[in-house]
Design a protein around this ligand. Sequence first.
Ligand code: FAD
Length: 307
Amino acid sequence: PYDMLVVGAGPAGASAAIYSARKGIRTGIVAERMGGQVADTVGIENFISVKATEGPKLVAGLETHVRDYDVDVMTSQRVTSLKRNKLVEIELDNGAVLKSRSVILSTGARWRQLGVPGEEQYRGSGVAYCPHCDGPLFKGKKVAVIGGGNSGIEAAIDLANIVEHVTVLEFDASLRADEVLQKKARSMDNIDIILNAQTTEITGDGKRVNGLTYKERTSDTLKTIELAGVFVQIGLVPNTEFLQGSEVELTGRGEIIIQSNGSTTMPGVFAAGDATTEPFKQIIIAMGGGATAALGAFDYLMRESVS
Ligand code: FAD
């Protein structure tokens, strides 16, 4: 068996695997894909000490760093369940079972997609999901934020300080964001809020986004807006479906509940990164979380081996 088995090889998992291997204990990392969301990212400008880099470059760096240590790297493997049977057992979709004394869950998350024409085509060329990451790329331009929940209104306020103008499109008849956020957004003169708006298409010139079309649900008429960017803010979905019914407690939104040392409700199982209740979903934060979870798990192993 492993001493520490990491599930997921994004920034959180890579960091956890390195911290574990550096303790000289038997470490494995199992994941569908090396790098996670970073593999889908174009420009990264907030990875502190590296002024600017690109997703694939950072992924290559993560992989080289992990492989520099004595870590069993198992990619193209999907985990389907987790249970305790003295050791923690992780089942893979090919039927194999991996056993470990401790486990770190770092399966990340995915942005909920709108599912309209143009979204896929212009992803990274005007269609964005992370205002902290991509906001500055739209400096002085017009953008839309789709979604009027807390993340959408926070994004609009954040972006309004950088871009020329923000249009918020909300499907429902009212915004779901906290009242203070709504008030703040309404007080900014470069934010417009459109309710009852169903986005039906993101348009472009073949290279980049140039606008969007929405249906005004009260009148059933189609309207268009000219824009340079569209931020989709309709939720982040944690990749934790495989934990449903396990001892690992999730929030209503599917996030793994963690304590400050990365521990979950299941003894010996720790978690880090976007799959957890960590409120901010960023590369540098996921890496810090991975380090915390590995140190938390190592502490657990030291105590467990005595008892
Ligand atoms: P992830 O990166 O999501 O990695 C999850 C890992 O788990 C992957 O290896 C995946 O294959 C694996 N996995 C998932 N489910 C299973 C399963 N059942 N079995 C096995 N393996 C599984 N952040 C920044 O700080 N700066 C940026 O500029 C930036 N830009 C972004 C741009 C885009 C387009 C996106 C999508 C995100 C961006 N982010 C950015 C956010 C950042 O990428 C995430 O916060 C970070 O990757 C989270 O790391 P993680 O390790 O928790 O999860």
